[in-house]
Design a protein around this ligand. Structure first.
Ligand code: HEC
Ligand code: HEC
Length: 234
């Protein structure tokens, strides 16, 4: 049985432990979120051939947006839609903050694309964009280190190639939407399927920067506006 299949079997049992409680210590919160780390844990992420994304260390604002997107079916994935169905906004924010504050080690990057033209196309899109096709450089928003930027732009390092391809494809097909204005949906429309494959393969093979923390908001100057969901009032 695959890890994912085994974990889905455990979900029913573990969902009972997900109910929120007031003022949990970090340790207690980690215990409570074991249902998540069964898939999103240190040993579960496989960059070369895997699919499960790293969530640790991403900006809390980004993670919160995703949890809300899964809940509202703006983002479709049966497991994730199910995991968050009955959780309150405040608890989703606490979960987002918890994972944003974790920094387990990253796995080794994937093997770089064998075809040098593919590697160069991936590098160019990320570093320079493609002005002819009106594609901005990915790093203009995701940061020069590609570790993301506060408050709500995710890092693109340490993600499996299949996952990156899957997400860009999902935006193309309307299976993934972000809060309006959905800048990624607009960008992905301008990429060809071979661009998507090239950028995913190049990103998955990046060596890790020394500093993997998201950049401060002031370090990036996004060339387009991107929407985000407000943090819940408490
Ligand atoms: C059975 C495995 C599994 C479990 C359990 C699971 N996840 Fe996920 N999670 C996934 C997969 C696979 C994806 C990517 C789905 C997609 O394509 O949208 C994902 C995506 C996510 C994302 C979006 C990541 C990103 O970078 O956009 C977040 C956030 C997340 N999960 C949080 C959680 C939390 C919190 C829990 C526990 C309440 C949890 N997950 C439980 C498998 C799992
Ligand atoms: C104008 C700013 C901007 C630019 C330019 C940009 N992105 Fe994004 N990207 C974002 C934001 C904001 C999000 C989070 C969207 C959401 O809330 O779902 C995102 C999310 C993503 C994700 C999802 C990550 C995950 O963990 O699920 C991928 C993959 C991605 N971008 C790839 C790219 C690539 C490849 C390029 C260049 C071709 C690019 N982005 C250019 C702002 C940008």
């Amino acid at each position: 049985m695959t890890l994912v299949a085994r974990t889905i079997g455990l979900l029913g049992l573990l969902m009972a432990c997900l109910a929120p409680a007031a003022a949990l210590s970090e340790q207690a919160m980690a215990e409570r979120l074991r249902a998540c780390t069964a898939c999103h844990g240190e040993d579960a992420i496989e960059i070369e051939e895997g699919y499960v994304p790293r969530i640790q260390g991403k900006p809390a604002g980004y993670l919160y947006n995703q949890l809300r997107n899964y809940q509202a079916m703006r983002r479709r994935n049966d497991t994730m839609n199910h995991m968050v169905r009955h959780l309150s906004d405040v608890y989703l924010w606490e979960i987002a903050e918890h994972f944003a504050g974790r920094t387990p080690p990253y796995p080794e990057p994937a093997t770089p694309p064998a075809n040098p033209a593919v590697a160069e196309r991936g590098r160019m899109l990320v570093r320079e964009g493609d002005p002819g096709a009106d594609v901005p450089a990915c790093q203009a928003c995701h940061g020069e280190r590609l570790a993301g930027a506060l408050p709500a732009t995710p890092g693109l390092i340490g993600l499996p190639r299949h996952y990156i391809m899957g997400q860009l494809g999902a935006w193309r097909e309307g299976e993934r939407r972000a809060a309006a204005p959905d800048c990624m949906a607009a960008i992905v429309e301008r990429l060809s399927p071979s661009d998507i494959a090239a950028v995913a393969a190049w990103l998955a093979s990046r060596p890790l920067p020394v500093d993997t923390d998201p950049a401060p908001a002031a370090a990036v100057d996004p060339p387009m506006e991107c929407g985000s969901i407000e943090e819940p009032a408490r």
